[in-house]
Design a binder for this molecule. Sequence first.
Ligand code: NAP
Length: 276
Amino acid sequence: MSTVPVAVVTGSNKGIGFAIVRALCKQFPGDVYLTARDPGRGQDAVAKLQEEGLRALFHQLDIDDLQSIRALRDFLKEKYGGLNVLVNNAGIAFKVHDTTPFAVQAEVTLKTNFFGTRNVCTELLPIVKPYGRVVNVSSMVSSSALGGCSRELQQKFRSDTITEDELVELMTKFVEDTKKSVHEKEGWPNTAYGVSKIGVTVLSRIQARMLNEKRKGDHILLNACCPGWVRTDMAGPKATKSPDEGAETPVYLALLPSDADGPHGQFLSNKTVRAW
Ligand code: NAP
């Protein structure tokens, strides 16, 4: 079994994830895995980095597919005995003018951004090694969407005692409410992406609490962050940051030094903890 430290970035064949891998190849003292749901796109991305003189390794990962997640987990366990850095970056967003019915957008967006990310965490967090770093890429949109929730929902999402099961129930209820066209009456904002990212931010707060309770001595730091508004296929060419600039905060959190005791369980943008 290899004792080399290992970092994994989800959805990293393009955009911010690709830039995170590029930065980690330069700064992380170990093996860096670029992962993609499509092996062809993933290998092309690895080749692009190779042209820059950088060595990333490839492993297939579709976060919508539990078998794919478990295959990566088994590989990491067998080859490295776990992992040191996990960046949950993979995500999707419908374009503003997409005419897909809102209930479909809600189901599809929550499936990947919340449920897929959660499944990766469920399978991979238990094998994160002591002093590991976990970064969940959320969005400032999670904060604005939180502001658009009813007072009752806001209270639940800000609660320091909400459980993962309760959060899953709420995310499931959002999707069901959109199907019945009652989501606004039920206190939800009109943004599927925003609700999915509320899920990612709140999940991170819960997971950090669980690490405090169950693995206190392991010094693992887990945070959510916003990369900023970044020029990628998702956000378009008018966004203000380059992908490399968008990678800065996720990479900062992925490389928090071993003597750091925070941030942990926080939501950050521009390397700064934000109020939730
Ligand atoms: P992007 O250019 O569209 O890249 C998204 C990446 O996620 C792609 O590699 C995509 O793979 C992958 N992906 C999607 N679904 C997947 C799945 N089921 N399994 C594995 N990979 C999957 O978007 P981006 O702007 O870089 O976004 C990266 C993250 O930052 C997302 O979580 C996004 O919500 C967040 N974010 C972005 C901005 C922004 O301004 N761009 C702002 C705030 C937050 P394919 O190539 O196969 O589709």
